[in-house]
Design a protein around this ligand. Sequence first.
Ligand code: NAG
Ligand code: NAG
Length: 316
Amino acid sequence: MVTSLLLLAILGSTAGIRTEKVGVLLMHGFWQAFDTQHHLDFKDFVEGKTGVKVHLIDAFNDLAAPPTESSLTPMWIQVPAILEQVKNISAQYEKIIAVGFSQGGVIWRAMIESWDNHNVDTFISLASPQHGISDIPVKYLEPLPKHSIPSTLSYSYKLGISSGIKEVLKSLFYLPRVQNVFAPSNYFLEPKLRHLYLQTAFFPRLNNEVGSAEEKQRQKNNFQSLRKLLLIGGPDDGTVIPWQSQIFGFRTADKKIVPMEETQFYKDDLFGLKTLDEKGAITTCIKGGLRHSDFPNSSEVLNDCVLPAIQDVISN
Ligand SMILES: *[C@@H]1O[C@H](CO)[C@@H](O)[C@H](O)[C@H]1NC(C)=O
Ligand SMILES: *[C@@H]1O[C@H](CO)[C@@H](O)[C@H](O)[C@H]1NC(C)=O
């Protein structure tokens, strides 16, 4: 009896049998690990309140210069590697809830777009720069090797430079030497430097601004097959600039903030955002008074935003 139960447990976890209906998979952010305290708190909360298992994805943790794997590793290397691990975990569930915090939310969008016939029911984007970042917080540049381009940038940023010089410095984020060693530069988007952005390998492809017609259609089909997309963010985040990027808004070259509905991503329905919105799939949950790293374990976020979304999946 014990032996057959044990056998069942082993088979259930390794043979890809869908033993459970719903599972949650959380991808951590930049300069963090899967077991950072606020992620452990998220897991305890969700498992305690709903009984749904939460997997904290153990990949590309912390900071280490490439070629060592870390959250600095370029997105085009992280995404396919993490997807292998995610597919493995997801195979035991009928449907999954994808949760991505910060950079992890951009990684999750990329995994969903590239994963044919995925079983992601709901995608919870938690304080993620979904429309990119137009400035990189200085603290993010600090841990980089001394004398590297990003650390020089950090120094210049601190001197309170004029906007003209800042633009020149910003163009350096698009250099292959920076793109290849500093993941946040992969989703850096300064509207005034659009021509440089379009030459980079990751974000314009993810956003279906470049790529073959066939590849674009495939990414769009995968993304718009989500049943629900929950965008969580807030004006006091302080790290995602502009904060509206968390809810797919952004700013124009003349520094005007535009809501999701007025962005090109949405108006041209580049990767299915408009389609999702028109079928009522998109919900936003905006919370003030929270700093960036507060989002994963804020009781307000957990109770008012995350819990209803998970209960909705369970009851569906
Ligand atoms: C959230 O996690 C941080 C550490 O990441 C901790 O300092 C803080 O006390 C936690 N907040 C709550 C509400 O549990
Ligand atoms: C997938 O899961 C199996 C069984 O748990 C494990 O042996 C294998 O290493 C996993 N593969 C990846 C890529 O995580």
